[in-house]
Design a protein around this ligand. Sequence first.
Ligand SMILES: Nc1ncnc2c1ncn2[C@@H]1O[C@H](COP(=O)(O)OP(=O)(O)O)[C@@H](O)[C@H]1O
Ligand SMILES: [Mg+2]
Length: 340
Amino acid sequence: MLNKENVQEVLKDVIYFPKGDNIVALNMVENLMVKDNAIRFDLVMEHANDPKNDILVNGAKRTLTEVFGEGIDIEIKVVEEKTALSKVKHIIAVASGKGGVGKSTVAANLAIALARANQRVGLIDADIYGPSVPMMFGLGNEQPSAFEKDGKTVMLPIEKYSIKLMSIGSFVDADRPLIWRGPMATSALNQLMNDTLWGELDWMVVDMPPGTGDIQLTLAQQYKVSGALIVTTPQKVAFADVLRAAMMFKEEALQIPIYGLVENMAYFTPSDMPEKKYYIFGKETGQQFADQLGVPLLGQIPITEKIAECGDAGMPLALDADSPVTKAFDKIAQEIINTK
Ligand SMILES: Nc1ncnc2c1ncn2[C@@H]1O[C@H](COP(=O)(O)OP(=O)(O)O)[C@@H](O)[C@H]1O
Ligand SMILES: [Mg+2]
């Protein structure tokens, strides 16, 4: 008999192979209506214009016809999935081959520079090994607020300096990062991305853990990342790490474009002589790295006590419009905005 319950049952035989389950279980069937001789529903797909959608639509029609007969009128409308991230225009990953090179410093100051350029900015701290957004933004123990919506817990990001912030530090026990590998790290990242009310954002900056682990793979495979920014220091030995990080993004399976390289700690500028530049590790190293990778060198950030002090005090240096470091971050922000 043709009724809603039976149609629902039959649709459970329609498998969406990329996700390995049936379209009902995957919540892909919406607004199902069965009336007289007609079946109508919306099929929720990740991308409305994917030519592969037709295969699934035709499969569903065939399955329904086999059970209910040729005479029924079937209308299936493909609609695009609305997610917490559907109003986020660009995701940008700030990455490096190893820790301590200044990823978090670059991510935080870049977020501030983007916001100064009138962009709507979110910052996700995804470094399971050493979350640093809470300290760099002076959040203390402040936690994002959470509430129930449609039977699901959703979180509101903390907002500071016009930037919406979420840290994996809110979920991870900082003393035991290793047990957070694998599925737990992945699910924490997914919660940060999907269960947070981000609202409309031009840029979502993701401060990545070092290296090439589960977080990197999850981000690259499950989300549409617009590009990666790779942070390095100028020591010659650092190149192997930079190369590894860059190769991961370029890998065929991931294919994330690289915006460019940021050379942190490129030279030393004493606080009392802000015009002086001492290139301790050589002047051209960052440019050489960038040339070898075939990506632009987007900026050179000096070693300066001020960056570290400001980071520790919860006020990223790029908030100070007069600092020369700020100009470097403004330039990087502009280059990235120009890629749109
Ligand atoms: N350009 C810089 N000058 C001085 N100190 C810096 C600079 N960049 C980063 N630091 C300091 O180095 C340490 C590591 O930086 P961080 O951004 O946390 O690195 P990562 O996120 O790559 O592990 C921090 O204490 C930070 O304040
Ligand atoms: Mg960090």
